[in-house]
Write a protein that binds this ligand. Structure first.
Ligand SMILES: [Zn+2]
Length: 172
């Protein structure tokens, strides 16, 4: 038997195939057009509650992929830049990190199945770079004072609960 690998992952690393098969709210052609994160080979899985990234070739598109009891679930989202200048701070609905308002984006997910085909969507404000896991662990720099002062483990737990709620709304 091989030596036990003591490395602890938060999200067990996902293969490109697993990711492509995981999307519940995306057409086959969109999945085919998806570009994986640039740093896919060196992702810090041990610090990720979910894999989130903006499409390097289509920045208005983003993806959230997570491991759940039911399996790997991928949610495709889109965001539209509003023309109006925005000021102040904004809060990510998923991880409750405070950002300059321009670093939080309203992402829209098409709902899965017939609801999505009928045009139903779910909208939520998320860290614009979809790096919630890194912010709440203090691994990415923040520009504004934070109101949520709980520790990373507590915040990661809450993030996972809110992710589950978000996925539930998309799945309907
Ligand atoms: Zn966030």
């Amino acid at each position: 038997m091989a030596a036990t690998n003591h490395r602890r992952y938060t999200v067990e690393p996902l293969s490109a195939d697993e990711i492509r098969r995981s999307f519940v709210n995306s057409s086959r052609s969109l999945v085919k057009a998806m570009t994986l994160p640039r740093d896919f080979d060196v992702l810090p899985w041990e610090n990720l509650d979910y894999l989130g990234w903006r499409d390097p070739k289509a920045p208005a598109r983003g993806y959230l992929v997570l491991r759940r009891d039911e399996g790997v679930t991928g949610i495709a989202v889109t965001t539209a830049a509003t023309g109006a200048p925005r000021r102040g701070t904004g809060l990510c609905d998923l991880c409750h990190t405070a950002h300059q308002v321009t670093d939080v984006s309203l992402f829209v997910a098409r709902r899965a199945g017939s609801a999505g085909k009928a045009g139903n969507t779910v909208g939520t404000y998320i860290c614009a770079d979809l790096a919630c896991s890194l912010y709440l662990r203090g691994l990415k720099e923040l520009e504004v004072p934070q109101s949520d002062l709980a520790g990373p483990e507590v915040r990661a737990g809450r993030l996972n609960e809110r992710l589950e709620t978000f996925v539930g709304r998309v799945l309907g």
